[in-house]
Write a protein that binds this ligand. Structure first.
Ligand code: SF4
Length: 351
């Protein structure tokens, strides 16, 4: 895995992105910002589950003004997502939002974009240039069609405009809905820009498909050292998005999250393994360690993996071997496996 790219440091409220800081997880609220009670509930739930910044769609004046009330009640960085109406961006900035996300192609008026940039500069907040394959800068699309190159050229045009206004607090995203275009666009962008990149696939799909597509694209980029913030956009429960982000980052050792290693089972399976996996997976979900736990189905291939984990079991007929840090500790009965594993995890945490 390559060393993470060193990008410019940008602060979004209390959270730093870029400058080789960790990859920051973000999600998007389902509620409108103006529905304060519901919005706060979402903010608190997602923050507890690992979201470090939360974006809201801003559709009218009340949404833009709501950031004043929300920011009085939370220090979780909030982002206003604005399409078309630059006036809402100005209002959201004045109301205290921590970042604005715009696609200048949707605002389509240089003076209006300039007004947003100047306001963001005055309030010292960053702007995410959110380029989508579906709404490119006109000249870039004319020259390169709907391609990764056109996305990067669109971003370049807007970045140059922002820089001409002496504004550098920029984050860039280049979202397409397919894996190859996404990888190509961000790889190209990483060669050109030193601004932080927010990674994501747009309209990734329902939970299963969207998670796999996002993991394929974002995983390839993270492996190359690219990416400063991520969102996995799913048409489903936001907690699944956050779980997917945490699991993906943990797979690259970029997030402190327990790993559960388990075999796919086969004809050698010697005991009822499924319910044990389910229970231990749930137990580990909110466990703040990077412990590796292995649950293996038999004594043929099981001991090897169980030995390599921090805590492992390899099942035999009606019983299993418990391994801690590679050493066999004891033989346990099948109906004691869950309790023994949980006790071992808790003891390990305290040691
Ligand atoms: S560990 Fe054993 S039961 Fe599990 S897949 Fe491998 S051989 Fe089959």
């Amino acid at each position: 895995m390559k060393k993470r790219n060193e990008t410019k440091k940008v602060c979004i409220g209390r959270v730093q992105v870029g400058g080789q800081h960790k990859i920051v997880i973000q999600t998007m609220a389902k509620n409108r910002a103006k529905h304060i009670k519901e919005a706060l509930k979402e903010i608190n739930t997602y923050a507890t589950e690992g979201a470090e910044m939360i974006r809201f769609s801003v559709l009218d004046d009340a949404d833009a003004l709501a950031f004043k009330t929300l920011k009085a009640q939370t220090d979780v960085p909030l982002i206003a997502d604005i399409h078309y109406n630059h006036r809402l961006a100005l209002m959201a900035i004045e109301a205290g939002v921590d970042k604005i996300r715009i696609n200048p192609g949707n605002i389509n008026d240089q003076e209006k974009v300039k007004a947003i940039v100047e306001k963001a500069k005055a309030f010292q907040i960053p702007i995410r240039l959110g380029i989508n394959l579906g709404s490119l800068e006109k000249n870039a699309e004319k020259a390169y069609g709907k391609t990764a190159k056109a996305m990067v050229e669109s971003a370049k045009t807007y970045v140059e405009f922002f820089e001409s206004l002496d504004f550098y607090d920029i984050v860039i995203s280049l979202k397409a809905s397919d894996v190859a275009t996404t990888i190509e666009a961000y790889s190209l962008a990483a060669e050109i820009f030193d601004y932080p990149l927010h990674l994501g696939i747009t309209e990734a799909g329902p939970t299963y498909q969207g998670t796999i597509k996002s993991a394929a694209a974002l995983g390839a980029l993270i492996y190359q050292g690219i990416g400063d913030t991520i969102r996995i956009s799913l048409s489903g429960d936001r907690l699944d998005e956050l779980k997917a982000c945490k699991t993906l980052l943990a797979a690259f050792d970029l997030y402190k999250h327990p790993t559960l290693i388990s075999c796919p089972t086969c004809g050698r399976l010697a005991y009822e393994m499924g319910p044990i996996i389910t229970e231990i997976e749930q137990y580990l979900e909110n466990h703040p360690t990077d412990l590796k736990v292995a649950i293996m189905g038999c004594s043929v291939n099981g001991p090897g993996e169980a030995q390599d984990a921090d805590i492992g079991i390899a099942g035999g007929k009606n019983e299993a071997l418990l391994f801690i840090k590679g050493k066999i500790v004891k033989k346990i009965k099948e109906d004691e496996i869950i309790k023994t594993l949980i006790d071992a995890i808790e003891r390990y945490d305290k040691s």
